[in-house]
Design a binder for this molecule. Structure first.
Ligand SMILES: Cc1ncc(COP(=O)(O)O)c(C=O)c1O
Length: 389
């Protein structure tokens, strides 16, 4: 009997392997249960308050369109995009360019900047969208140990004479560990070498850090030092899309070369209108930002007491590393039974051994709820220790 093969066999085998390794992912079903959300990136709690603002949207932008119907380069529906870019320029003091998502922004900008004579030095923990931009464009790049500024300094010294420019790419708050990049050190490195450009992904810091929520660079008084700042609207700002803050010539260059900008229908004007409104609301949410930091401090110190290890986080993202996928799944299920919605984070999102629960805090949580969560973590942690021993 000849071997009967099917063109789908190869894919099926990969799925079977994922399943055997406890890392087969599913899109979570929507839930009617009243769980406390610790999954989403709605850090200011604006997403769950959205309906409070819909009237304001209708008043401010009564005839806003629901589709751009073409790429920005081929459409005359760009008034809202331009208005949003003007607002961002006013806040950040440099031109802005809107992208359809943070993923589009990073892939598009990185691959457009990857011209001959360019070396990218990227933190090991950088987001997949940056890596995809580098791979797609065949860029020259090297990765340095996470947040290791000595390693970065050595790499700059080692490579600066071989390239015309070195672009250092980091996040400000890292999405899985919740720790922050040492922005002042990055600026020192840039000042030591005139060929260095700094690229900062503020996806998890916009809305959350800085007096007006512009990000960690604002908090540290360094906005003007970072040549490219990427922010997203889909996390704390409860919308969708992303923006890049760049010098004028880079903006003009990206309009001509960033393929996701050129070859994709532009984000609908209604989303730009919503982002603009959410941005204005977020700017004034200082009290929520302060509360978020307090919540995060309470959760981190509580987790340290339970597990004996202080999470590396210094932000609203607090990881609890279980070290294997099965323990992360047990922990998540047990927290769900106690009313807290979390999901295990597994490979390939984190490296093997880095499996975890990622607590994504939001300003609508109370300190009492944080304490109840800590009790639930403590009880569930005992189950895991028992299983591992
Ligand atoms: C650091 C970082 N950059 C970029 C992105 C992509 O942003 P978006 O969800 O808008 O595509 C994400 C989102 O997951 C992220 O965590």
């Amino acid at each position: 009997m000849p071997d009967v093969r099917h063109p789908l066999d190869g894919y099926r085998k990969i799925l079977e392997r994922f399943e055997a390794e406890h890392r087969l992912r599913h899109i979570p079903a929507s839930s009617e249960e009243c769980l406390i959300d610790l999954l989403s990136n709605d850090y200011l709690g604006l997403g769950r308050r959205g309906t409070e603002f819909t009237n304001r949207l209708a008043e401010r932008y009564p005839d806003v369109s629901f589709s751009s119907s073409a790429s920005r380069l081929l459409s005359r529906y760009g008034r809202m995009h331009a208005e949003l870019e003007d607002k961002l320029e006013m806040y950040y003091g440099r031109p802005a360019l809107i992208f359809n998502s943070g993923y589009h922004a990073n892939v598009g900008i990185v691959s457009a900047l990857a011209i001959s004579g360019t070396l990218f030095l990227c933190d090991k923990a950088i987001h997949a969208s940056v890596i995809d931009g580098l791979s797609m464009s065949g860029a020259d790049y090297r990765r340095f140990r996470h947040n290791d500024m000595d390693a970065l300094c050595n790499a700059v010294t080692r490579w600066k004479d071989s390239y015309e420019r070195i672009i250092i790419v980091t996040e400000s708050i890292y999405s899985m560990d919740g720790d922050c990049a040492p922005l002042h050190r990055l600026v020192e490195i840039k000042r030591s070498c005139p060929d260095v450009l700094l690229y900062l992904d503020e996806a998890h810091a916009v809305g959350v850090r800085g007096n007006r929520g512009l990000g960690l660079a604002e908090e540290e008084g360094l906005i003007q030092e970072f040549d490219i700042i990427v922010g997203t609207f889909g996390k704390a700002l409860a919308s969708v899309g992303a923006f890049a803050i760049v010098p004028d010539e880079i903006r003009r260059y990206l309009v001509n070369t960033a393929r996701p900008f050129i070859f994709s229908t532009a984000i609908p004007p209604v989303n730009c209108a919503w982002s603009s409104l959410m941005f204005d609301v977020a700017v004034s949410m200082e009290e929520e930002r302060r509360h978020l930091m307090e919540l995060s401090h309470r959760l981190r110190t509580g987790i340290a007491e339970i597990t004996g290890t202080l999470p590396v986080s210094t932000s609203q993202i607090v990881p609890l590393v279980t070290g294997d996928a099965c323990s992360a799944t047990i922990l998540s299920e047990s927290l769900r039974e106690r009313g807290f919605d979390t999901l295990p984070i597994r490979r390939p999102t984190v490296p093997p051994g880095g499996e975890r629960i990622r607590f994504s805090l939001n300003a609508s949580l109370s300190l009492d709820q944080a304490d109840t969560l800590l009790q639930a973590i403590g009880d569930s942690w005992k189950k895991i220790i028992f299983r591992q021993s």
